[in-house]
Every structure is written in C-alpha cells, then in structure tokens.
Design a protein around this ligand. Structure first.
Ligand code: GUN
Ligand code: FE
Length: 436
C-alpha cells in the first residue's frame, strides 16, 4: 500500500466503543494514514501492524508522556457562533426575554461582514482550542455572514455543520425574512457550502424554533432537506413559557408541531427537550430524531433540568452542546462537567435514580455526539476506517507539579472532566491534520 502521510501515535488511549463500553488501551498505538485510522492496538503488536501496512522506520511517531492521554475529539452538537460576544451576559432573564433583549440585537450586528469575520474567527478558534473537532453551528439569518462562518471553519480545519438561521415571525422587523426570501436564501446558502467541496463542512437546515416559523414554512424547509439529504437542527421544549406559547399557536404538542412540518427525521437534532411528554418522546424515538443536551445554558437561563437517562430509556440519541451564549463558554469539557453535576442534582430528587458516570459523560461528549449528529460512521471514536479526530490531553501542563500522584489513564480522564480546561488540550487533530 502506498502510504500517504503516515503517522503513529503511542501512549495511553481511551475511547467509547458504545454507550456502555469505554475501552482503555494502556501503551497502545494508532496508525493514521492521510485522514483515516488504519490500525489500533497494544504497543506490543505495533511492529506487526507496521509490517502489514508496509510502513518503514521513518514513519513519524508521537509518543505521549505519562501525564497525557489520547482521546477522541470532543463534539459540540449545538452552539450559536453569532452569540459569542454575549457569553456570560443576561442570565438575569429567561429565554424569551433574553432573546429579545440580548440575542436578536447582537445577531443583527452580523449584517456587518467585518464584525462577522472578527467574531467567527475568534469563536471557531476558541472552540478548537477547547478540543472540539466537530461543531454544529447556528449562524445568523444573513447569508453573507453565514458564508463567512463557513469560510472560517474551512480555514481553521474544524469539522462542522453550519446553519443559516430561518426566522419569519415573532422577532424584530429587521431581524426576520419573508418566507419566500428565507427559503431562496437557504437554497443559496446550501449551494455556497456545496461549492466548497470540503469533506468536513456541511450545511444544516436551521429553523430557529417553532415560534420563528409556521407549519407551511417548515414543510418547505423539510422538502429542501429531503431533496438534498440535509441535516436539520432547531430547539424544542426548552422552557415552560415557550412550550405553552407553541401549544397555543400550533394547537398541538411541541414535537407534533415539528412533526406536522415534517422536520423530525433521522438527521434532525433538537436542542434541549426538557419538557417533552411521554408521547412526544415516543415520537422522537420513532423518527430517529436526537437531542442536544446543553446543561450550561439550561442552568444559566434557568430553563430546567433534563434527565438524560430518561431519553436513553426511550431510545433517543443524546449529544452535548455548549449552546453559547445561553451557555457561558464554547467548551465541551465544561459541558461534560456540568452534565455530571446536573445529573447528580437531578438524582437527589428522583427516587432510585443513579446519576450519570464520568464514562457516560465522556461518551456523550464524543461518540454520543457523533451519533446524535449521524456522523458515527466518520468520527466519535477510534475505529479503523474512521477519520482520526483526536485530542492529546495533558494533565500536568503547569511546571512545578511534580507533587502530583502518578495517575492511571482512567484517573487522568476523570481529572480532565472534573478539573480540566483548554490549557490541558495540548494538540487537536481533525481528519489526521493538526489544527492546534
Ligand atoms: N430558542 C430559540 N432561539 C434560541 C437561542 O438562540 N438560544 C437558546 N438557548 N434557545 C433558543
Ligand atoms: Fe441554542
């Protein structure tokens, strides 16, 4: 086999093979050729694997130290690139008030392309710096600014789904579009992304939430998604006030409103889903629609507490989202930690509920995210033939920490989830390419 840019990684490797199985390979290796994982195993079998792949001794090897672990890249299944300037602001309000007071006025500013360039460059960089190899972005209603977001993720080498936001009602007059215009602009945007022929970046149909659109318009968007085999994202059942409004306007439950608009598909991911009822959860499971759990946002905006395990019991895929700027920071490390804390808290009030474990939130931040975005064939863990999306975590980056106890790989992962931040993300690889 003619090897193109082969690379070998050696050290302690952790990844999830499924929701219930985390694999730890101590002193393991991964062989990457081009963008793909070609082999993974125990260090003792490396020379056989190299021989099989006809790799010579000149193949570059990156050997991890004792305080480092190699784990799959983190997956942020829901964030608003255009809300980055507002992180940490306005949490004295709840969702609908917050949208009108802070969010829409800020998103309007992205009509200015210089401003778009500046903010998008910063947020994509920060997201990668925090270890996110795949991100699912909301842009704005403006095509030109969304094109800038697409250019920015391509420039910085992140894997991404990027959505031009659709809003036709219930927002300021200068931050909505006429339905025909919004649909035409969405088609244009899809064309723009496809014209880039970039394997890593795809368009995603993005009606903001049920209150920003109507049934007919949802149906138009769903036709477009069907014709072009596109992903779909939106928000669902985030707050009680929102749920009540949706039910009044649509005359049915929230999930049914989307279903009547044909927006619930296998490639749909909905953020939040806190107040979904039994029949709605069954409907989502039947349609194969996933949920992005955004604990930071749900706490800051005081929206509510999702019970992830309940969604799993219904057979619904769940990933984690930072949901900036409902959330405070575009870091899935934070999302994993807050997901754990929230789950522990919820378990105090639910009889016999066992809270999520660190292995389970690791799954949610990696393989779970890829499943929720229907990207599990390409990313999420270290299977042969998947792309090499990975991060090297170092839990001893500060000098003078020689008082640290030696930690096992599992303990290093715990330390990362409970006490890590972006400084512990030493390197980030997307499709075999070093991007941090
Ligand atoms: N629902 C509709 N729009 C938004 C948004 O921008 N953020 C959050 N968290 N929820 C929403
Ligand atoms: Fe959101």
């Amino acid at each position: 086999m003619a090897a193109q840019n082969p690379q070998i990684f050696m050290g302690n490797i952790l990844h999830c093979k499924s929701r219930t199985e985390m694999e730890v390979i101590e002193n393991g290796y991964i062989i990457v050729i081009g963008s793909k994982i070609l082999a993974i195993g125990q260090g003792s079998t490396l020379s056989d694997a190299k021989a099989k792949l006809c790799l010579g001794n000149k193949t570059p090897v990156r050997t991890l130290t004792e305080s480092q672990i190699l784990i799959p890249g983190l997956i942020d299944t829901h964030l608003h690139a255009s809300q980055y300037p507002n992180c940490g602001v306005g949490y004295d309000k709840q969702l609908l008030d917050w949208l009108n007071t802070y969010t829409y006025p800020t998103e309007k500013k992205f009509a200015d392309l210089e401003f778009s360039r500046k903010v998008f460059k910063a947020v994509v960089k920060k997201s990668i710096t925090c270890g996110t190899t795949t991100a699912c972005y909301f842009g704005t209603i403006f095509n030109a600014s969304c094109n800038v977001l697409v250019d920015t993720v391509i420039e910085q080498g992140q894997r991404a789904l990027v959505g031009k936001v659709n809003m036709i009602c219930n927002a300021p007059d200068d931050y909505i579009e006429l339905p025909e215009k919004s649909l035409a602009n969405t088609k244009e945007f899809v064309k723009y992304v496809n014209s880039k022929y970039n394997e890593l970046v795809k368009p995603i149909i993005t009606p903001r939430f049920a209150l920003s659109v109507d049934k007919e318009f949802m149906q138009e968007l769903s036709l477009l998604a069907k014709c072009e085999d596109l992903h779909i994202q939106s928000h669902i059942s985030e707050t009680k006030e929102e749920v009540e409004l949706v039910e009044n306007i649509y005359g049915t439950f929230y999930a049914n409103a989307y279903d009547e608009g044909n927006l619930l598909t296998k490639k749909t991911i909905m953020a939040h889903g806190i107040y979904l009822m039994h029949d709605e959860l069954k409907l989502l499971a039947r349609r194969g629609t996933s949920i992005s759990h955004c604990p930071d946002s749900n706490l800051c905006l005081k929206s509510g507490a999702l019970n992830v395990k309940q969604l799993w019991d219904y057979g619904i895929s769940v990933g984690l989202g930072t949901d900036i700027s409902g959330g405070t920071y575009p870091s899935v490390i934070n999302a994993m930690r807050l997901c754990l804390y929230l789950s522990v808290h919820v378990s105090f009030y639910i009889k016999n509920m066992v809270p999520l474990t660190y292995e389970e939130v690791f799954y949610l931040g990696t393989l779970g995210g890829s499943e929720a975005l229907s990207l599990q064939k390409v990313t999420g863990n270290f299977e042969v033939n998947k792309d090499f999306d990975a991060i090297i975590v170092d839990m001893n980056v500060e000098s003078g920490l020689d008082y640290l106890q030696p930690c096992s790989p599992r303990e290093l992962l715990q330390k990362f989830i409970y006490s890590g931040n972006e400084t512990n993300v030493l390197s980030v690889y997307v499709a075999g390419k070093l991007v941090k």
